[in-house]
Design a protein around this ligand. Structure first.
Ligand code: ASP
Length: 224
């Protein structure tokens, strides 16, 4: 009916103690929050951010590797438009990590972000070659090539399947990395990886329940 998101936030604040919104537009959750008087959680705003995914990703890394500091983290796939990559990579800059970004050149990390890394003196490399990530990463964070963001099926076909992490490749390089993915997966992690001890993506999804329960409890005033 044309209501502004600010007004929706104001109205919904009298119905609920917390608002959780997923929306297709970048910045939409900020608008809802501007009108709201209760806590607002961004559950993904288009190609923008996905902070709760980043929290559960951090929790997963800590749980699987016992630490976050000192790790080499590789991101693989559409790094330009994948919101979980944006949120997790930003959060990781608060730790002592180094990055490898693997993507086709059309899907590179945003220049603003790599500029920030340079400013902060954080080590990173950008490459189109998947092997560069597998060689020495401790964490390999794989993303889907997101069909929904392509302007035509032909354009999607050009990039579909560009990177496939499979068991043979991981074993060839003697990789000890944990493999993560925000899910859903399509074809970018072969099913033969699922049985490897480092295949963390289903545990990662499960961790989302714990982390989001903790976040909701915290916002509702539970003592931690
Ligand atoms: N698993 C994530 C989610 O659905 C992936 C994403 O949408 O960014 O929340």
């Amino acid at each position: 009916k044309g209501e502004t998101l600010e007004d929706t936030g104001r109205v919904m604040s009298s119905y609920a103690d917390i608002l959780v919104m997923r929306h297709s537009e970048v910045g939409s959750v900020d608008k809802l929050a501007a009108g709201a008087s209760v806590p607002v959680i961004n559950a993904g705003d288009g190609v923008g951010e996905h902070p709760t995914q980043a929290l559960l990703d951090l929790y997963t890394i800590q749980k699987e590797r016992g630490t976050i500091d000192g790790l080499k983290v590789a991101f693989v796939g559409d790094l330009k438009r994948y919101r979980s990559v944006h949120s997790l990579s930003q959060m990781l800059t608060h730790f002592n990590v180094s990055f490898t970004f693997v993507s086709p050149k059309e899907m590179k990390m945003d220049d603003h972000f790599t500029f920030k890394l340079k400013e902060k003196g954080i080590k990173f490399q950008e490459t189109e070659n998947l092997e560069d990530a597998i060689k020495d990463a401790d964490v390999i964070y794989v993303t889907r090539i997101p069909k929904e963001y392509f302007s035509s099926p032909e354009e999607y076909e050009k990039f579909k399947g560009v990177y496939v992490v499979n068991r043979a490749l991981l074993e060839d390089y003697g990789s000890k990395a944990i493999i993560m993915h925000p899910l859903p997966r399509v074809d970018e992690i072969a099913h033969d990886v699922d049985a490897l001890p480092g295949a963390a993506y289903f545990r990662q999804a499960e961790n989302g329940v714990t982390v989001r329960m903790a976040l909701l409890s915290m916002l509702l005033g539970a003592r931690v």
